[in-house]
Design a protein around this ligand. Structure first.
Ligand SMILES: [Zn+2]
Length: 378
């Protein structure tokens, strides 16, 4: 990875280049980002610049020397990684696994999409459904790999992805080496939740905060990797809040829109046509979904109505309707009166709270559709 390939955060890249050029690189850096904003590719570009044999000072690594090639393949002997792992779903293994046993999927993930999210990692490692952890055994492994002499004499780098997934015992184990680093050892922590990282490690680290990636910069990346049009990629880039990783997973996994749009439009159609039979049938189907999906449905119903409301108010350009939703949004624009929206948001919120409180699902959806029906008619 070269700096020129990293999306966004050009100012930070420049700061890192200056830091390296002046040989003032701290022994512990903490990159802080929102999930999927590109701290890993930025860190990789930095390490590659530091270790490159033919770097263009003030600009970038050469990208072609043996060191650059080994780093871009994540195969450099002086570059180590630790990240949260768990035993594979359904394996029931009692022994906690280590990052080392997942190096191939980790590399594959990075090569296919360096902006991968925490959820992408867990599904890539086959442990989705379980939270990943950085265990004490992993901390010991980190210390062991750093106790070796640097192979190529250009320093040793340890990238710890999501140190907030370390328990206190593991973090304390690492603390000593972070506090009293060996001269050629560098830690790069990448966190999504700095407040959850043990404060002693945080206070010893130089903080590098990433900004969201500008929409225009991530559109070509999202379009290429998700196989969507620039138009669609732009919407995902915006609703992801500048996280290419989140935008990509929304675009590829199918967003809430593709899952719930049919159920939402048939509920609203039935409310509009006063068709109680269809409403009841729809409620049966919703009641059969699990609680998480019922909450997702409610969230999407609200999001959809918000988009319709914004279109009515002439704010289509910021409503971020996906191409697949536009026809439905336009169709519902003239259907409901202005006060329908605010009142229906309250009804949806009430339904959500009832789902949380484990109220019978059929009752919740009957109540919700009755309320929408009443709001529309009285
Ligand atoms: Zn190079």
């Amino acid at each position: 990875m070269q700096f020129k390939e990293v999306l966004g955060n050009k100012d930070l890249a420049l700061r890192l280049i200056r830091m390296a050029d002046s040989s003032r690189t701290g022994h512990s850096l903490m990159f802080v980002e929102r999930d999927g904003c590109g701290a890993l590719p930025l860190a990789m570009a930095f390490i590659q610049y530091l270790m490159c044999r033919g770097r263009h000072e003030g600009e970038d690594s050469c990208g072609v020397c043996p060191s650059c090639r080994k780093i871009s393949g994540m195969m450099h002997p002086d570059l180590h990684f630790a990240f949260p792992v768990n035993s594979a779903a359904g394996s029931g293994a009692s022994k906690k696994p280590l990052s080392g046993s997942f190096m191939q999927p980790w590399r594959d993930l990075y090569k296919s999409n360096p902006y991968f999210t925490e959820a992408d990692l867990y599904s890539g490692l086959g442990i989705d459904g379980k939270a990943g952890v950085i265990s004490v055994a992993e901390a010991k492994e980190i210390l062991d790999s750093l106790s070796l002499k640097s192979y190529e004499g250009y320093g040793k780098y340890m990238v710890v992805w999501l140190p907030e997934r370390m328990n206190a015992e593991a973090a304390n184990r690492l603390l000593k080496i972070v506090e009293e680093p060996m001269p050629d050892t560098y830690f790069i922590f990448i966190t999504h939740a700095p407040e959850k990282v043990i404060s002693t490690i945080r206070s010893r680290s130089q903080m590098i905060r990433l900004y969201p990636v500008p929409v225009e910069e991530s559109v070509p990346y999202i379009a290429l990797h998700a196989g969507v049009t620039d138009d669609e990629a732009k919407v995902y880039a915006r609703i992801s809040g500048g996280s290419p990783g989140l935008a990509l997973s929304m675009a590829t996994e199918g967003s809430a829109a593709s899952q719930y749009l049919p159920a939402v439009t048939s509920m609203l159609d039935a409310v509009d046509r006063k068709d109680m039979v269809s409403l009841l049938e729809g409620n049966e189907a919703l009641a059969a979904l699990g609680r998480e999906k019922q909450k997702d449905f409610c969230a999407y119903l609200e999001e959809f109505l918000r988009k319709v409301m914004m279109h009515r108010e002439g704010l289509a350009s910021i409503a971020d309707a996906l191409p697949s939703e536009r026809e439905a949004v336009a169709r519902f624009c003239p259907v409901f009166h202005d006060s329908f929206y605010r009142k229906s948001f309250n009804a949806i919120e009430e339904a959500r709270q009832s789902i949380e409180a484990n109220v019978n699902a059929k009752m919740i959806f009957c109540n919700l559709s009755n309320m929408l029906f009443a709001i529309n008619n009285f």
